[in-house]
Design a protein around this ligand. Structure first.
Ligand code: UD1
Length: 431
């Protein structure tokens, strides 16, 4: 099993280039199969979940041509089946986007129930309710979602809960339904807008993405398109919080600062200096970190995917902070791991009460999921001594060249796969 080994305590300095947004890319790859002409997608992050999705669409017959690490050409014309099931696709959450894409285009889809990070019960009832409202017969049979329709007909759909996945999925299916669909109480996340822009680029007629009412007029065909995915606000935020935790000075490049507003607001609350540029954000954290109070909320609120990274920063702040998780019910599992590094955090229901300490101590910890894994790496970079992070498989689902990017900022971190390599790392840093 691969691990990261880290010698912490070095403030991170420099500039880092942010890749394309994983969560936007996963939906866009699924949506690309709806066209019978070639779709070129640029700024694709080269991470594991993306490769699993590409493999899945290739398995149903789509032509997938990986031009380079960050560009792919997809043509859905040769698709010969609507059944998607393999051990890898079952582990990713975004497999559900193939439901919306296939039911929209082919009026049939059979996709394994989604997996993803274990951060709560994560139902997909709203997705299924949306497909049913459009006229599909949807059942769950032997671990598969099976959806069929003679025709899909546009409807007025109200989402009981703000859901990124359900908004995107219904938007995809409705973009090829007959007539008009309105999605009310829609999610407003930047990647909802990105997917809508992409669908429009292929010929869809979607208005209002980015507000809580999305109006879609169905079309019959999608055509060729070239599209570049938006920058990953979560990757960017992760590096900004790493700068804060290590007392460093880091600029993230190729970002849309507006998407980072909630993150920037909390960095300012924590006492960091933040400078915004056209497509870059710089954070410097020279003085002590201050306590703060954070609640995760749908966009434009503070993103739940930044919650563990924020907690790691607040663990080093003066005084007592609170982090309230309002999206997922079980997103504090990493706190026990952080406690091994000296953090003093009490979890009561969906609130973490954080009593700041001066410094984390290096320890052997285990990444429980993608974002929590990234947060433990940040803690390791800030800690005194050596930290080993196990189960980095989770981290590699969503971060490209994570160790390499930290090394470019001066962090001492290596990806290793044996005790011998850990020993070698230790010898290198003492010499
Ligand atoms: C997506 C992201 C994930 C991010 C989350 C919130 C992907 C692949 N994953 O997950 O990284 O943390 O948005 O920004 O893009 N809910 C229901 N029924 C449903 C759907 C959702 O009750 O049918 C609930 C969920 O349990 C959760 C809330 O709605 O409490 C929001 O979930 P949602 O926005 O759908 O998150 P995901 O699409 O799973």
């Amino acid at each position: 099993m691969d691990q990261y080994v880290i010698r912490g305590g070095i403030p991170l300095h420099g500039e880092v280039e942010i890749g394309g947004a994983k969560n936007a890319a996963l939906a866009i790859l699924a949506a690309a199969v709806m066209a019978d002409e070639t779709i070129t997608i640029e700024n694709l992050p080269n991470v594991r979940d993306i490769n699993v999705m590409l493999q899945a669409i290739e398995n149903i017959g789509a032509k997938v041509d990986r031009v380079d690490l960050h560009t792919v050409k997809i043509n859905g014309r040769p698709i010969h089946g609507c059944t998607v099931d393999n051990e890898y696709i079952r582990r990713i959450r975004a497999s559900y986007y193939l439901l919306g894409a296939l039911i929209g285009k082919y009026k049939c889809a059979e996709v394994a129930l989604p997996g993803g990070c274990a951060i709560g019960s994560r139902p997909i009832d709203l997705h299924l309710k949306g497909f049913r409202a459009l006229g599909a017969d949807v059942r769950v049979l032997r671990g598969m979602v099976v959806a069929k329709a003679d025709t899909l007909v546009g409807r007025h759909i109200y989402l009981d809960k703000v859901s990124v996945g359900a908004t995107i999925n219904i938007m995809m299916a409705a973009s090829m339904a007959e007539g008009k669909t309105t999605i009310e109480n829609a999610a407003k996340e930047p990647h909802v807008v990105d997917v809508a822009n992409f669908l429009n680029c292929m010929g869809a007629n979607i208005r209002g993405a980015g507000t809580d009412v999305i109006r879609i007029r169905g079309v019959q065909h999608f055509h060729a398109a070239v599209y570049s995915i938006i920058p990953d606000q979560i990757e960017a935020g992760t590096f900004l919080f790493a700068a804060a935790a290590t007392g460093g000075d880091v600029t993230v490049r190729n970002v849309i600062p507006k998407h980072l507003e909630a993150t920037i607001a909390k960095l300012l609350d924590a006492g960091c200096r933040v400078d915004e540029f056209d497509d870059a954000v710089r954070v410097s954290a020279r003085g002590p970190l201050h306590s703060a109070h954070v609640t995760t909320l749908p966009y434009p609120g503070f993103p739940t995917d930044m919650q563990p990274q924020m907690t790691v920063v607040l663990g080093l702040a003066d005084g007592t902070s609170t982090v309230t998780e309002s999206i997922f019910e079980n997103r504090f599992k990493y706190v026990d791991e952080l406690a091994k590094m000296g953090a003093t955090i009490k979890v009561e229901g969906n609130i973490a009460i954080i009593y700041g300490i001066d410094r984390y101590q290096g320890a052997r910890v285990c990444a429980p999921d993608l974002r929590a894994g990234a947060a433990l790496v940040i803690a390791g970079l800030a800690a005194e001594g050596i930290t080993i992070v196990d189960d980095i498989y989770y981290i590699e689902r969503g971060y490209e060249a994570f160790d390499e990017k930290f090394r470019s900022l001066g962090g001492e971190i290596e990806r290793v796969s044996s005790a011998k390599e850990i020993q070698k790392f230790k010898l290198k840093i003492v010499s």
